[in-house]
Design a protein around this ligand. Structure first.
Ligand code: PGA
Length: 249
């Protein structure tokens, strides 16, 4: 699974152009072995949806609000995302946690709402540099995992993708090594086995994010425990994004 997180980039014209080029690529190369998900800003969801319709590319949003409707100025509901054609939604991205004070409890409310409305959450967790240096990665991500997934049933967990994104690797050009990513993913699978069961822990998709580039994608995706990538900066150009998709096939 390869997810493009455009963050706050691209207006309508640029979004349409990207979607057209990527769709042409996906059709030409019959990319059926990967789930490709594009997560544009809210304002481009509808136009990107129209451009990718009929292709294997899927649409996701970068956030949602957990209420159904009402007086929540500036917020966007799960139902609105579905009406734009979204199948996925990124939740708990570290930039949302940092700049918009999203706690694990808020992320959990969003996860439950997304599942309730039939959206598939991509739940982001990851430690910051200080925590990484202090060797606190495991307790930090364990807390994020258990609290963000609280009350998620065994039936619903199959619709969740976990994105392990060490904060020190996001947008820094300093990716985790394949060994680091693999060992954290294995740790997460162990915890998920305890929370659910062996089957869930084997089948849940855990993707890596943080400075993925065409140069490092292949070795990051080589581990059986790494089921794909959440790509920020390198997803903004079709050429680099396609190279990353190719590295996963
Ligand atoms: P990056 O971002 O690839 O630019 O490091 C990843 C992310 O924030 O999801």
């Amino acid at each position: 699974m390869i997810v493009a997180n455009w963050k706050m980039n691209k207006g309508i014209v640029q979004s349409q152009q990207f979607a057209e080029e990527l769709k042409a690529y996906a059709e030409k190369h019959k990319v059926v072995n990967a789930d490709i998900v594009i997560c544009p800003p809210y304002t481009s969801l509808d136009v990107v949806n129209k451009k990718i319709s009929g292709s294997a590319i899927k649409l996701g949003a970068q956030n949602l609000f957990y209420e159904t409707s009402g007086a929540f100025t500036g917020e966007v509901s799960a139902g609105m995302l579905k009406s734009c054609g979204c199948e996925y939604v990124i939740l708990g991205h570290s930039e949302r946690r940092k700049h918009f004070n999203e706690t694990n409890a808020i992320v959990n409310k969003k996860v439950l709402k997304a599942l309730d409305e039939g959206l598939k959450p991509i739940v982001c967790i990851g430690e910051n540099l200080q925590e990484h240096d202090d060797k606190l990665t495991e307790p930090v991500i364990e807390e994020q995992l258990t609290k963000s997934l609280a009350h998620v049933s065994t039936e619903d967990i199959g619709n969740i993708t976990i994105a392990y994104e060490p904060i020190w690797a996001i947008g820094t050009g300093k990716n985790a090594t394949p060994h680091q990513a693999e060992s954290v993913h294995n740790f997460l699978r162990k915890k998920i086995k305890k929370m659910y069961n062996e089957n869930v822990s084997k089948n849940i998709r855990i993707i890596y994010g943080g400075s993925i580039s065409p140069d490092n994608a292949k070795e990051l995706f080589a581990s059986p425990s790494v089921n794909g990538g959440l790509v920020g900066g390198a997803s903004l150009e079709v050429e680099s994004f396609v190279k990353i998709i190719n590295s996963s096939l």
